[in-house]
Design a protein around this ligand. Structure first.
Ligand code: 13P
Ligand code: SF4
Length: 366
């Protein structure tokens, strides 16, 4: 049950139809796939270019499986948004190629202003970022000067520059608990589902921006209950960007890395996974004998076909990655003053992660 909820005024910011039309644009801009017979040579060519340019590929679990495998087999990394930031920060490469969405590239650039940060497609955005414009967010913060501003990683550099702390889903709980212990009241943005979940778990006084993820918003309760009834032994793994009724059915709630760790650690044969289906590649690779089912996105009441795959993550492909390395285009730039301010909130999170020794990939932190 929810505790300490603060009533949300009807004109509370965050609701936007901008992300719906951007979603359609993203689906219309999917990169071409290489022909199957050309794939091996293309991958070898990309690996050579990464090597020649002293570049490293850092990918998220939601991008296509070829890119995830390529990141790992070329000395790069695939992980959740916190670990991606940490890896890029600690790695000596002069060029970071980020296969993910825009805020991940910007975070890498903010932490590494001296490095070149490239992305396969600079238009790869995120509905949470789009739903939290910096000027409206600044007005929201101005209206609540008594609150500590905590923003999710899925925001623009300008929004991070206005924040006291940046968090990701793997570290939001301990950071908000820490702030609550210090008696702080929190202004949270942009994801209302994650914010509500953190509020419920910590009992902190949180005022929530009303953004949401277009992918996780699609999970359907009745269809999920039916799938659970058909697979009674299955354990349910849920990303906290999902709506409350979906989270309420979870055995484990966590970041992408935490869900993957849980899929390995739990003594179950079947899992129902409520997050972007790009994650299944890693889960299936790590546990080839387990069965992973996708939580349904088309339940009763759905008015259109929906799916559990992020249209912006899907803008990353082998061909546009090769093109970026060949031409050196799609470089991320963050205005220096904005980057310096944003870095404070990101660095706080990284320092806190170190201080509490937050376990990451493969360390069983489910
Ligand atoms: P993670 O930090 O859990 O990888 O989440 C990022 C994200 O965008 C989920 O939709
Ligand atoms: Fe943003 Fe959702 Fe895509 Fe994650 S899955 S990048 S939160 S739109």
């Amino acid at each position: 049950m929810q505790k300490n909820l603060i009533p949300i005024p009807y004109d509370h910011p965050g609701a936007t139809n901008q992300s719906a039309c951007s979603t359609a644009q993203a689906w219309a801009s999917q990169p071409r796939d290489p022909k199957p017979e050309e794939k091996a040579a293309l991958i070898a060519h990309i690996k050579q270019m990464l090597k020649d340019q002293g570049a490293v590929l850092v990918a998220h679990y939601y991008v296509n499986s070829d890119l995830q495998d390529l990141a790992e087999s070329s000395g790069g990394y695939v992980s959740d948004s916190l670990d991606m930031a940490k890896f890029g920060y600690e790695h000596p490469a002069r060029t970071l190629v980020v296969a993910g969405v825009r805020f991940m590239g910007e975070t890498a650039k903010i932490l590494n202003p001296e490095k070149r940060v490239l992305m396969p497609d600079l238009e790869a955005n995120c509905s949470l970022d789009l739903g939290c414009p910096a000027d409206e967010f600044a007005a929201f913060c101005d209206a609540h000067p008594d609150r500590t501003v905590v923003v999710y990683a899925n925001t623009s550099a300008q929004v991070k520059a206005r924040a006291d702390w940046m968090v990701t889903s793997s570290i939001a709980l301990p950071i908000v608990r820490h702030l609550k212990e210090q008696g702080k009241k929190i202004l949270w943005a942009p994801d209302r589902h994650l914010g509500r979940y953190i509020q419920e778990q910590t009992g902190a006084d949180m005022l929530l921006w009303q953004g949401s993820c277009v992918v996780h918003d699609e999970f359907k309760l009745v269809a999920l209950e039916e799938l659970m009834a058909a697979h009674p032994a299955a354990r349910v793994l849920v990303h906290p960007e999902s709506p409350e009724p979906i989270i309420a059915l979870a055995d484990v709630v966590g970041s992408t890395t935490q869900l993957i760790n849980a899929s390995q650690a739990l003594d179950a044969h079947e899992f129902i996974v409520a997050t972007d289906n790009g994650i299944l590649h890693k889960m299936r690779t790590l546990s080839p004998n387990k069965v992973f089912l996708e939580a349904p996105t088309r339940g009763y009441g759905a008015t259109c076909v929906s799916c559990n795959h992020c249209p912006w993550m899907a803008m990353n492909g082998l061909l546009n990655l090769a093109e970026v390395l060949e031409q050196g285009n799609n470089e991320i730039h963050v205005e220096r003053a904005v980057g310096e301010r944003a870095r404070v909130s990101i660095q706080r999170m990284l320092d806190f992660a170190k201080q509490i020794n937050l376990p990451g990939k493969g360390l069983g932190n489910a």
